[in-house]
Design a protein around this ligand. Structure first.
Ligand SMILES: *[C@@H]1O[C@H](CO)[C@@H](O)[C@H](O)[C@H]1NC(C)=O
Ligand SMILES: *[C@@H]1O[C@H](CO)[C@@H](O)[C@H](O)[C@H]1NC(C)=O
Ligand SMILES: *[C@@H]1O[C@H](CO)[C@@H](O)[C@H](O)[C@H]1NC(C)=O
Ligand SMILES: *[C@@H]1O[C@H](CO)[C@@H](O)[C@H](O)[C@H]1NC(C)=O
Ligand SMILES: *[C@@H]1O[C@H](CO)[C@@H](O)[C@H](O)[C@H]1NC(C)=O
Ligand SMILES: *[C@@H]1O[C@H](CO)[C@@H](O)[C@H](O)[C@H]1NC(C)=O
Ligand SMILES: *[C@@H]1O[C@H](CO)[C@@H](O)[C@H](O)[C@H]1NC(C)=O
Ligand SMILES: *[C@@H]1O[C@H](CO)[C@@H](O)[C@H](O)[C@H]1NC(C)=O
Ligand SMILES: *[C@@H]1O[C@H](CO)[C@@H](O)[C@H](O)[C@H]1NC(C)=O
Ligand SMILES: *[C@@H]1O[C@H](CO)[C@@H](O)[C@H](O)[C@H]1NC(C)=O
Ligand SMILES: *[C@@H]1O[C@H](CO)[C@@H](O)[C@H](O)[C@H]1NC(C)=O
Length: 459
């Protein structure tokens, strides 16, 4: 809102004209407080020179190639500083000092290549945004005696992160998405107290427990890296981890024991090349609410059930059948989604020992025959059989699906004589569109309300 007012109130005056090298030359300084921004074009060395006592939000536009020592110094009222897209190439050590109220520092979309030692020192801020620069090096002590809720280094050129970059630092969220990180030194991030670490789109090849020794971490995003294997113990130093994202990696097998003793509520293994998951891999993960194994190379359904309240998404694999007693461990299940596999055969004993499933999705498979005995007495809130190869279902559909509250049967090659009874069943029982909930876990809270959300969507 404040920036929209900026254009209204522009007063221009030259504070100082100098031929020597100034940190800020002919830049526009927008000062704002209480929604009354003022813009000034000025040339100066230290921001202090153009800041009246009470101005607390400052945006600088123009060209600022270098921030020299003390350029942002001794401004007790400064609350927020934005130097975005000003062509910044270098920050000299000691550029920031004695800005006790500085809360937000935005330096994104510049041309920084390194963060030198002693650049972010003695700061206690909520947010530092260094995204979209060309930073390839963080020197030791780049962040010293530093405290922040959220530091963003997204979209830079980091290939490694060495020990000592963060010295006496407390940091809640660190975003390193879209760099080229290949190596992170053991314990480089361990003392920070991180609760969330985003490493999407980097080049990491393993989860080294000496690196991922993050006792407070709740959410870890490793989507789109190059992780080839997981070993038992890889997660042993992540005792608080709730959300783990590993989609788009190079996993082919998941051995037993990897997730033992974890508290995961959300696990995403989609878009790997997983051909095999050891049968006890997910045993004991009673807190799990979402298990996503979509778009892998699985050919067999196994007893991957983890808890009666989990959503298990195994869409777009190559599973061909549902075997006997496929869901034997629990009498009630929440959400099983097998859309887009190659399932042709469902054992008539598949659902034995099961009493209830809320949502069961078999859409876009190759089912060409539905044995009236298949469901037995299992009660299902929503059953999706769209896009299969069913030509007819023998018998009275009302009876066969008596325990199914909502069913979808479209996009099957129904024979003429069958189409009518199918249409009748659907009409009677399908009121609202099925809406599939695709759970995410970007924010910590996203894991929690899934069950609630799902119920709302469904009923
Ligand atoms: C800044 O403004 C002065 C006076 O208009 C001008 O002489 C100088 O060339 C300008 N400097 C830059 C870097 O634009
Ligand atoms: C700064 O980066 C921008 C975009 O990343 C680029 O267009 C520009 O040429 C760079 N400037 C310098 C001085 O390197
Ligand atoms: C940092 O700032 C917050 C509020 O802005 C304050 O509560 C906290 O005590 C400060 N911490 C340090 C170490 O200065
Ligand atoms: C962290 O900071 C970035 C950039 O300033 C912002 O986009 C993001 O929303 C912040 N994240 C949280 C959780 O506050
Ligand atoms: C660690 O940093 C905090 C500010 O974040 C500071 O108050 C404290 O003195 C520093 N400790 C050491 C040992 O430097
Ligand atoms: C940073 O990485 C991008 C994308 O990988 C690349 O295009 C760019 O040239 C790199 N910049 C520097 C300064 O290395
Ligand atoms: C993991 O747990 C399973 C079942 O709880 C147990 O059989 C297995 O030995 C454990 N594996 C490891 C590596 O701890
Ligand atoms: C997984 O399937 C893809 C596409 O069908 C194939 O290219 C890839 O080689 C398979 N990977 C494994 C490990 O079988
Ligand atoms: C499922 O049951 C089998 C044996 O019936 C057992 O080995 C396995 O540990 C059970 N899995 C879970 C998740 O309880
Ligand atoms: C279904 O329930 C009926 C009545 O309770 C019972 O007679 C029948 O054996 C059950 N069928 C199966 C397959 O469990
Ligand atoms: C159709 O829905 C009604 C109420 O919604 C239910 O009583 C009935 O049993 C359902 N019929 C079938 C065949 O599932």
């Amino acid at each position: 809102m404040r920036s929209s007012l900026v254009n209204l109130l522009v007063c221009t005056f030259l504070v100082k004209v100098s031929n020597s090298e100034n940190t800020f030359e002919n830049v526009t300084v927008v000062l704002a407080r209480n929604d009354v921004p003022e813009a000034t074009v000025a040339t100066f060395d230290s921001l202090k020179e153009v800041i009246p006592d009470v101005k607390d939000e400052v945006t600088i536009t123009g060209n600022v190639p270098i921030l020299y020592e003390n350029s942002i110094f001794d401004i007790p009222s400064l609350y927020s500083l934005e130097l975005s897209n000003v062509g910044l190439e270098e920050i000299k050590p000691g550029a920031f000092g004695n800005v006790p109220l500085l809360n937000k520092l935005v330096l994104n979309s510049n041309n920084l290549t390194e963060i030198q030692s002693d650049t972010f020192t003695d700061l206690n801020v909520s947010n530092v945004d260094l995204s979209s620069n060309s930073i390839f090096l963080l020197q030791p002590g780049a962040f010293t005696n530093f405290k922040a809720d959220n530091v963003t280094l997204e979209n830079n050129n980091l290939t490694e992160l060495s020990f000592g970059v963060f010295e006496n630092v407390t940091l809640g969220i660190l975003n390193l998405d879209s760099n080229s990180l290949y190596t992170i030194a053991p314990k480089a991030l361990s003392a920070l107290g991180l609760t969330r670490l985003d490493l999407l789109d980097n080049n990491l090849e393993e989860i080294d427990p000496e690196v991922f020794d993050l006792q407070e971490l709740e959410s870890l995003d490793l989507d789109y890296n190059s992780i080839k294997f997981l070993r038992p113990g890889d997660l042993r130093n992540l005792p608080q981890l709730h959300c783990l994202r590993l989609s788009g990696n190079k996993l082919e097998e998941i051995p037993e024991g990897v997730f033992n003793n974890t508290k995961l509520t959300y696990l995403n293994l989609a878009a790997n090349q997983i051909v095999k998951i050891a049968s006890k891999t997910f045993d004991g993960m009673l807190a799990l609410r979402v298990l996503k194994i979509d778009s892998n190379n699985l050919t067999q359904w196994d007893d991957w059930l983890t808890s009666p309240s989990a959503s298990i998404l195994v869409r777009f694999n190559q599973i061909t059948e549902i075997p006997d007693e496929a869901f034997k461990n629990y009498s009630r299940l929440f959400n099983i989604n097998l859309q887009g596999n190659r399932i042709r055969k469902i054992s008539t004993k598949a659902f034995r020992k099961l009493e209830q499933i809320r949502y069961f999705n078999l859409a876009d498979n190759e089912i060409d025959n539905w044995d009236p005995e298949t469901l037995g007495n299992v009660s299902i809130v929503g059953l999706d059989l769209r896009g299969n190869r069913l030509k007819c279902i023998k018998g009275d559909l009302e009876t066969i699906f008596k325990n199914v509250q909502k069913i979808r049967l479209e996009n099957n090659p129904w024979k003429k004589e069958c189409a009518k009874k199918v249409a009748k069943l659907q009409k009677k029982n399908w009121s609202k569109e099925f809406r599939q909930y695709f759970p995410r876990c970007r924010k910590l809270d996203d894991c929690m309300p899934i069950m609630f959300f799902f119920l709302i969507t469904f009923l």
